[in-house]
Design a protein around this ligand. Structure first.
Ligand SMILES: NC(=O)c1ccc[n+]([C@@H]2O[C@H](COP(=O)([O-])OP(=O)(O)OC[C@H]3O[C@@H](n4cnc5c(N)ncnc54)[C@H](O)[C@@H]3O)[C@@H](O)[C@H]2O)c1
Length: 58
């Protein structure tokens, strides 16, 4: 199943991260720089667990 998440802020990115452990997630945001960070596996928000997940999980 593919799931789209709109808004890569604290709410959206947290949910997208959790959902990505089980589903294909497509991230959307009007702020291109946030999507670029996610592409590079860098969290665009300050969150220890999301940053760790982005660095370590495939
Ligand atoms: N953070 C909370 O604890 C909390 C609690 C209850 C409700 N909310 C609500 O949830 C929503 C998100 O909160 P947040 O803390 O994640 O905010 P945030 O500012 O961290 O993130 C919002 C993201 O949405 C993006 N965005 C704005 N308009 C967009 C559009 N048209 N299409 C795609 N992306 C768009 C922004 O660029 C930003 O990255 C807000 O409406 C907020 O009021 C948040």
């Amino acid at each position: 199943m593919k799931i789209s998440v709109l808004g890569m802020g604290y709410v959206g990115l947290s949910n997208a991260t959790m959902l990505s452990t089980k589903y294909d997630v497509i991230c959307h945001d009007i702020d291109e720089s946030k999507l670029e960070s996610i592409e590079k596996r860098r969290s665009p928000i300050k969150d220890k667990l999301i940053s760790e997940f982005s660095r370590t999980k495939k």
